[in-house]
Ligand binder design. Structure first.
Ligand SMILES: Cc1cc2nc3c(=O)[nH]c(=O)nc-3n(C[C@H](O)[C@H](O)[C@H](O)COP(=O)(O)OP(=O)(O)OC[C@H]3O[C@@H](n4cnc5c(N)ncnc54)[C@H](O)[C@@H]3O)c2cc1C
Length: 471
């Protein structure tokens, strides 16, 4: 009997899930997207967050390479102009406790490029390596029962029609209707939690000025320890000789969309370096705002009953404040869980009939989101005006310890390595509590706090030459 899988959403979670399903032996994998997908690395309407900075963490990149092993995704991204940024040396970062030192030693690296490039490279690789089909159509519901999902209802010009499937994956992102779709099957009572710091992201693209091509990624981080709104900014190199500059501010500290206000915002941060850099750079478009930034968790894995033949991945399952740069990586982790569970169930996709398999995937994907969720929420609950949460005693203890580690990391390589491993999602947060890590946190930074960014002579000259801020 032919086996068909239908994936709702051709974003990152959807295309990676489609690749996994194809590799597991599905006869037919159809990806549905209501948006028109561009032929190149271009921005599209259905992915509004694509205007904003997207860091691809090492843990997420590793997972993507594992899911499409023959595609050489990292190489393709680099060939298309993405930048590989070693966290130990390629980044200038002002933390609430001072500038992080730069080290000559190796550490994990993140990739930076436009979100459109990440999606296009993954989409092309999936198209080349699998017979996955993409159809432009909007999903409007599920068919089947509370025991088994049997397909997807889609809106077509002639009215709604049904596409049958042995497995349906909801990867329709932050705006998913999964709760009401499940309700339509008689599955109600999904517990949801939203923790919303009211973060607004404002982003603008600039041409990298001559001579500044090798200037490091620069970030002024938000400070969750001062009972004031979060305010941050980042200059991130992307393909095409461009900088993507994003400012982020939580409720009461939102960045504006007008160009002068945007520059002023960056200059007024605890260090004006981002503003100074862009004051002399040529903008290549307007400032774009995003307010889709709350942390939202749908605890689908806790429903007492779960239908066979239906899984939920990526932002549809959990979304995070983008300031932490984890959403794409968690989307890849979810697809990896799907692949592993399919591999475990004898007979690949045929094994999906095995009772409980879909539920195991949802539980595994939820577990894979836990680390990113707790990192984001434990900080966001500290900002004034946050909705949906207050710091618990546990949060306070963990935050105090994380702060101590971060303070140590400003001048201790051992502590900095712990922070890199955890924030790049290469290691679980428990890495912070291993004996070596505890020792590094307790020992603190052997070097004094640096008030100045750790720039080389050449970088200082570039900054001076660009600076039109008058500061
Ligand atoms: C401002 C901002 C900055 C961010 N920065 C980072 C970052 O630095 N690093 C990081 O890792 N993550 C970041 N993220 C998070 C990241 O964008 C998401 O986690 C990621 O896009 C999740 O992928 P997804 O495939 O689940 O959803 P999406 O990428 O949103 O894809 C969903 C797809 O489903 C389609 N769709 C929706 N509804 C339907 C329907 N009914 N029928 C058919 N198709 C449908 C949409 O058209 C879209 O193509 C950021 C997010 C925001 C908002």
């Amino acid at each position: 009997m032919s086996r068909r899988a239908v994936v709702i959403g051709a974003g990152l979670a959807g295309m990676l899930a489609a690749a996994v399903l194809s590799a597991a032996g599905a006869d037919e994998v159809i990806v549905l997207d209501r948006d028109e997908l561009p032929e190149g690395p271009e921005h599209r309407k259905g992915l509004p967050q694509g205007r904003h900075a997207h860091l691809l963490m090492a843990g997420g990149m590793d997972a993507m390479e594992e899911l499409l092993p023959a595609a050489g995704l990292r190489k393709r991204l680099l060939a298309a102009g993405a930048h590989e940024i070693p966290l130990s040396s390629g980044m200038l970062a002002l933390t609430p406790d001072g500038w992080l030192r730069r080290w000559r030693r190796e550490g994990p690296a993140m990739l930076t490029c436009s979100r459109a490039l990440v999606d296009w490279v993954v989409r092309e690789a999936v198209r080349e390596q699998t017979p996955v089909r993409v159809r432009r159509v909007a999903a409007v519901g599920l068919t089947g029962s509370a025991e088994r999902v049997r397909g997807v209802r889609v809106a077509t010009p002639g009215g709604d029609t049904d596409i049958e499937a042995d497995l349906v994956v909801d990867a329709s992102g932050r705006g998913t209707r999964v709760v009401s779709w499940l309700g339509g099957l008689g599955l109600t009572g999904v517990r949801e939690r939203a923790v919303d710091s009211g973060l607004v992201n404002a982003s603008r693209v600039y041409r990298v000025p001559d001579g500044a091509e090798r200037f490091p990624l620069t970030v002024v981080q938000a400070n969750p320890y001062v009972s004031r709104p979060a305010r941050s900014a980042m200059v991130m190199p992307i393909e095409g000789g461009r900088w993507l500059v994003s400012c982020g501010g939580s409720r009461g500290g939102e960045p504006p969309a007008d160009p002068e206000g945007f520059l002023r915002y960056a200059l007024d941060l605890p260090d004006p370096i981002v503003g100074r850099l862009i004051s002399g750079a040529e903008p290549l478009g307007d400032v774009h705002l995003s307010r889709s930034t709350s942390n939202v968790r749908r605890y689908l894995e806790k429903l007492p009953r779960w239908p066979e033949g239906f899984v939920v991945l990526g932002d549809a399952l959990a979304t995070f404040n983008p300031a932490y740069g984890h959403g794409m990586s968690v989307a890849a982790f979810g697809a990896r869980v799907l692949g592993r569970e399919l591999g475990r169930s004898s007979g690949g996709l045929g094994g999906l009939g095995a009772p409980g398999l879909a539920r195991r995937v949802v539980r595994g994907a939820a577990r894979a989101a836990d680390a990113a969720w707790s990192m984001a929420v434990s900080q966001d609950v500290r900002y004034p005006g946050v909705r949906g949460g207050r710091p618990t005693v546990g949060d306070r203890v963990v935050t105090a310890y994380s702060r101590r580690m971060m303070k140590a990391a400003t001048g201790s390589y051992a502590a900095a390595s712990v922070i890199w491993d955890v924030t790049s999602l290469r290691a679980a947060p428990t890495r912070m509590f291993r004996p070596g890590a505890v020792l590094a946190a307790v020992a603190g930074s052997p070097l004094p706090r640096s008030a100045e960014p750790p720039l080389t002579e050449g970088e200082r000259a570039v900054l001076r030459a660009l600076d039109r801020s008058g500061l």
